[in-house]
Write a protein that binds this ligand. Structure first.
Ligand code: FEO
Ligand code: CA
Ligand code: CA
Ligand code: CA
Length: 822
């Protein structure tokens, strides 16, 4: 047996194995762990293993002649932290051929060699001992050994909360570092100039776009093949949702709210939207940079050819002058959050696309009533269109397609149906730069925020999707095909998307008062006509394509539950529970009498104007668990995991600060949400949930932020009745179901962004040791002459007052190399 272990073998309770020790092993252990617990609390900080002290050294004494080598003290730590083992020959002679090996406990990978090695403490569900043996030869060639025991506890949040900040920098906890990665305008091809950032740059079809939103790191092997396990090289796929248009031109845009627009300006703005693929590489020890000339780099813009798939492909509703067959289109726009398919593709989500279109004031009269109903329900009502791109004096259809008026003889003569070509989930193969993205119509058309994919072997694939507007719905797509785990390793990735994302049923959620919920199928024949309301006539669905192009109308007809602006969805990789951020609502969207159990609060926020203050200004996060833990379930249980609130305004008011937030974890307007990947300790046992904010209510106290949480589960709180108050002082009560309260242990602020930014987009490397976060639209309220942020230049230096801000991704690493947040 291994020397140093007691003759009766290793037992879980023994933490020291020095057979020469006369003291009780248990008493030493108790003393040691007690001391370390005190240190944990006092330090509240990073690495919790304490190596190399002599006092508690385990010793080899195989020949009974005394201590020969020491393996360092036993120690305690928790999952995800770096542990360094240091052994040393002792008693004055030099050892050689030193080595460490693991003797027992969950397998870990030892890095380094010789007398000092390190490892990342693995995920455990209860305190677990790992034993390691240090060996060294002595002067006569005899191998001496000694052991040390590392007790690993379940993962806990291991950083000090970041305070509120109004600074123009990204703030992270002490012990962490920030590296600015790809920024607005950075080149993505050989020969593209460095970004001047003065409004003169063009060619955004070969540069990083504006307003970076959702992001995902797709691993690459050293040979350049797809490798889901790679934490050192990968493809960063990022959405580019919108524009800080004032900074894109030397003196701001020309006639942006009225037209006519100069073609060059409009082209630049169009191309700054869409999706980017850029290669990221670690030069060693998480020194990240991007590769401007990588052959994988790609821009997908509103001009990139796309194909339609699923039940609505080929529908007359998709016919345009570009595609008389209604099977093809160009481009994607307002790409917000995302979804990741296990077969290695990216699902980009088209969110607030409706506003980009122009319809002339006479267009309603030129169209059938049912088209007018659908256009109104989706908000395609502008007579100019965001940025007025269709006003460019050109016949080029990259401009004219933004005029969605019925001006030709038939739908194939104009772009009256172009709005129907947006609002989809679009599947992209990031590993094939020449592939044509596929619009998946089975997932429905709405203001798609995100599309969390849950794929469990032996179940249907479930895709959970929020529709981001006030009083819109939560949807779920359930595939016809049953998921086969081996499909994840296909090399025909978009064809695998055809298998799982083109056939299935789209459902919409109805939240019951008792904590149960139902998924209502949006299936032609079972969906009733949408009733007339006000001056809007009844809407009669024509076929399944009509339902998928207009699911908002179908969900209305079914009585789905309107929510307080659904944003991202994320699934707990352990429990399968689905989290949905509800960013906020106002009194116009939901008056005092409009609350319901799943959207229960009505109050005011002093930082907002009177007209927008009342309602649910700080938002909340609802979560659900499918009955039977099956993606295809038609019923679920739900509760409200967390309520945003300003703890300074509402510290002890349990009707507003329902979750009991403090200044260390208060937040407003949750938007992005994401669970740490299950490939690292932060995604196992009790996974870390990340919450990003896009806020205007608490911005008097702090810029937008990122929080880390270790949530419980649906039903860990209980029933609660909230007393609400409107702007006139009237009150009403609302019963709801709330999760367990927030504590310093289960919710902490991890990051605060620069001035006027939104924090959106988040992913980790598979090893959890690098966190990528998107900083969107810093300085969004500034002007070209007086930018209101200078980030990211302000991150490390003191830029001139004229330096313009840029959206960018940051890579965040822990200085000791441990798993982020733990
Ligand atoms: Fe694009 Fe709903 O945020
Ligand atoms: Ca968002
Ligand atoms: Ca938002
Ligand atoms: Ca925003």
């Amino acid at each position: 047996m291994t020397e140093g272990l007691p003759a009766n073998g290793y037992t879980d309770g023994d933490v020291d194995t020095n057979s020469t020790t006369e003291r009780s092993l248990e008493s030493m252990a108790a003393e040691r762990y007690s001391r370390r617990q005190a240190l944990f609390r006092g330090a509240g900080a990073t690495t919790m293993a304490f190596m190399g002290t002599a006092v508690l050294a385990a010793c080899g004494d195989d020949d009974g002649e005394g201590v020969a080598v020491t393996a360092g003290a036993n120690a305690a730590t928790s999952a995800g932290r770096v542990v360094t083992l240091t052994g040393s020959p002792a008693n004055g002679y030099a050892g050689f051929d030193t080595a460490w090996a693991q003797t027992s406990g969950p397998d870990v990978e030892l890095t380094g060699s010789g007398s000092s090695v390190s490892f990342i403490a693995p995920a455990v569900s209860a305190a677990t001992d790992l034993v390691f043996t240090f060996s060294a030869k002595d002067v006569v060639g005899k191998t001496r050994t000694a052991t040390t025991t590392i007790r690993v506890s379940p993962a806990v949040l291991g950083f000090a909360a970041v305070p509120h900040s109004l600074a123009d920098t990204v703030k992270v906890p002490s012990g962490y570092s920030v590296t600015v990665m790809t920024r607005l305008g950075d080149p993505l091809a050989t020969g593209v100039s460095a970004y001047a950032n003065d409004g003169t740059d063009d060619n955004f079809a070969q540069r990083i776009g504006d307003h970076g939103d959702a992001l995902h790191f797709f691993g690459l092997s050293a040979a350049g093949a797809r490798d889901e396990t790679s934490s050192t090289r990968g493809l960063m796929v990022q959405n580019h949702e919108n524009l800080n248009v004032q900074y894109l031109h030397p003196n701001g845009p020309t006639n942006v709210s009225t037209g006519p627009r100069p073609a060059a300006e409009a082209l630049k703005e169009i191309e700054a939207h869409g999706v980017s693929v850029s290669e990221y590489i670690d030069a060693g020890s998480r020194k990240w940079s991007y590769v401007p000339t990588s052959a994988f780099n790609r821009r997908i813009t509103p001009n990139t050819p796309m194909s339609f798939h699923g039940p609505a492909a080929g529908s007359t509703l998709l016919v345009t002058a570009y595609s008389a067959a209604g099977t093809a289109g160009r481009g994607t726009i307002n790409n917000c959050a995302n979804g990741i398919a296990p077969w290695g593709t990216n699902l980009t989500c088209e969110e607030n696309w409706a506003g980009y279109f122009r319809r002339v004031s006479t267009d309603n009269a030129a169209r059938p009533v049912r088209e007018v109903t659908a256009l109104a329900r989706y908000g395609v009502t502008s007579t100019v269109g965001s940025y007025a791109w269709s006003t460019v004096a050109s016949t080029d259809t990259i401009f004219t397609k933004w005029n969605a008026s019925a001006i030709g003889a038939a739908a194939s003569d104009d772009f009256r149906n172009e709005p129907n070509q947006y609002g989809w989930v679009v599947e992209i193969d990031p590993y094939d730069p020449t592939s044509t993205p596929r619009k998946r119509t089975a997932l429905g058309r709405f203001g798609h925020e995100g599309a969390f994919v849950r794929a469990v072997a032996g179940q249907k694939v479930g895709v959970y999707m929020g529709d981001d507007s006030r009083r819109e719905y939560l949807y779920k797509f359930v595939s016809t095909a049953t998921y086969v785990a081996a499909d994840a390793s296909t090399t025909s990735r978009l064809a695998m998307g055809d298998k799982y994302l083109d056939a299935g049923i789209l459902y919409v959620a109805k939240f019951g008062a008792d904590g149960t919920g139902q998924w209502l199928p949006l299936v032609f024949g079972s969906v009733p006509n949408r009733p007339a309301s006000g001056s809007t006539p009844e809407y009669v669905f024509a076929d399944q394509a009509d339902i998928l192009v207009n699911p908002r109308l179908a969900a209305d007809a079914l009585g789905a539950t309107p929510m307080d602006r659904p944003e991202w969805t994320a699934g707990n990789p352990v429990t399968g529970e689905i989290y949905l951020t509800l960013t906020n609502n106002n009194a116009a969207g939901r008056p005092l009498a409009g609350t319901d159990p799943a959207n229960p609060r009505h109050y005011g926020d002093p930082n907002l104007s009177a007209s927008t203050s009342y309602g649910n200004p700080n938002g909340h996060i609802v979560r659900l668990r499918e009955d039977g833990d099956n993606t295809a379930s038609l019923t679920f249980k739900w509760d409200i995991y967390l309520f945003g609130a300003d703890a300074t305004d509402y510290g002890s008011d349990a009707n507003v600060n329902v979750s009991g937030l403090t200044v260390d974890n208060d937040f407003s307007s949750p938007d992005g949400c994401y669970f740490s990947r299950s490939t690292n300790p932060a995604g196992q046992i009790n996974p870390v949930l990340w919450i990003e904010t896009d806020d205007g209510a608490m911005t008097d106290r702090t810029n937008c932020m990122l929080l880390a949480a270790i949530p419980g589960h649906v039903g860990d709180g209980g029933a609660k009745t909230i007393t609400n108050k409107d702007s006139a002082g009237a009150t009403a009560t609302q019963a709801t179901i709330v999760g367990a309260a927030a504590t310093a242990a289960n919710l902490r602020r991890f990051l605060v962004g620069p001035v006027q930014c939104e924090i959106t987009g988040i992913d980790m490397t598979p090893d959890g040791r690098t966190l990528f976060v998107g900083i969107q639209h810093p300085g969004e309220n500034g002007t070209p002459a007086a930018p209101s942020s200078h980030w990211p230049d302000s991150q490390a230096g003191s830029p001139a007052a004229t330096v313009r801000p840029r959206s960018a991704i940051v890579a965040i690493t822990k200085d000791d190399g441990g798993v982020i947040a733990l």
